[in-house]
Design a protein around this ligand. Structure first.
Ligand SMILES: NC(=O)c1ccc[n+]([C@@H]2O[C@H](COP(=O)([O-])OP(=O)(O)OC[C@H]3O[C@@H](n4cnc5c(N)ncnc54)[C@H](OP(=O)(O)O)[C@@H]3O)[C@@H](O)[C@H]2O)c1
Length: 254
């Protein structure tokens, strides 16, 4: 981390929300360290953005992959975006335990470990930002169980960190989008139809809301008025009522 070479490390930089972070952070960072498994897709950024691109192909579901990224993060970055993540369609019991463990390792373990590696140099310098991509799915339970729980962890973890880092100059955010047009649903095997309507957001808009909220010091960022209202209503409802409503609307595949 050098004062004249601003560096951002973005996980899941090969598509979707991560790609939108690459486009936006290339504007005010000199070096972008891009992490995902697909090295070919990551290398395409070398010709597309004005910043210097470092490609770090790694599988965040594995201890070796995480260790390689942790080592790079520990050298010092100004901005860490923990974005890589995945969903699974269908009910919890329909997935084998290795698939569920894989999801937990990418969605939670990598966020824990990369944040832990990133913070000491940030705190020493008195500046830096960690953006953890969570989801509105973390505000309530759903049939897939593991995904929503992983995102609840990411949001609560970020809120706790924001308290712990108060006064250090290091900012933390949990970015909680609703439906975003990316490869996420297709990869998860979810049939989501035409992906139009007010509930569907563009990745670039999600990222611009995230960075505006980061500048304002907002720890939990929920892009779009529709989702702010939805989350506000869920927050006001007793948990047993939210659970009953969700159970009523989730009657598929019984
Ligand atoms: N799209 C939505 O509706 C939505 C809503 C709320 C939250 N989110 C969250 O947003 C984040 C980004 O998702 P997205 O919507 O942009 O989906 P996406 O288009 O499927 O992108 C996922 C990214 O994560 C990377 N990734 C997946 N598994 C990985 C692994 N084992 N190791 C390293 N990288 C891995 C993928 O790259 P490789 O395949 O090349 O490894 C890809 O770059 C996720 O955390 C997701 O939970 C998405």
């Amino acid at each position: 981390m050098s004062p004249d070479r601003r560096t951002a490390l973005i996980t899941g930089a090969s598509s979707g929300i991560g790609a939108a972070f690459v486009r936006r952070l290339a504007v005010d960072h000199d070096v972008l360290v891009l992490v995902a498994r697909d090295e070919t897709r990551l290398r395409q950024w070398e010709q597309r953005v004005p910043a210097t691109v470092e490609v770090l192909a790694a599988d965040l579901a594995t201890p070796e992959g995480r260790a390689a990224v942790e080592a790079r993060v520990a050298q010092g970055v100004d901005t860490l975006v923990n974005n890589a993540g995945l969903g699974l369609s269908g009910p919890f019991v329909g997935h084998d335990i290795e698939t569920l463990q894989h999801q937990l390792d990418v969605n939670v373990t990598s966020v824990l470990r990369l944040t832990h590696a990133a913070l000491p140099p940030m705190i020493a310098r008195g500046s830096g930002a960690v953006i953890n991509v969570s989801s509105v799915a973390g505000f309530f339970g759903s049939r897939s169980a593991g995904y929503g729980a992983s995102k609840a962890w990411v949001t609560t973890f970020s809120e706790g960190l924001a308290i712990a880092l108060n006064g250090t100059g290091v900012r933390v955010q949990a970015l909680c989008p609703g439906f975003v047009r990316t490869e996420f649903h297709e990869r998860a095997g979810m049939d989501v139809g035409s992906r139009t309507g007010p509930l569907w957001l563009d990745a670039d808009r999600v990222v611009s809301d995230s960075l505006a909220d980061l500048a304002r010091g907002r720890v939990v960022s929920v892009p779009s008025l529709t989702y702010k209202i939805l989350v506000g209503v869920i927050d006001l409802m007793p948990r047993r009522v939210t659970g009953a409503v969700l159970r009523r609307f989730d009657r598929r595949d019984r």
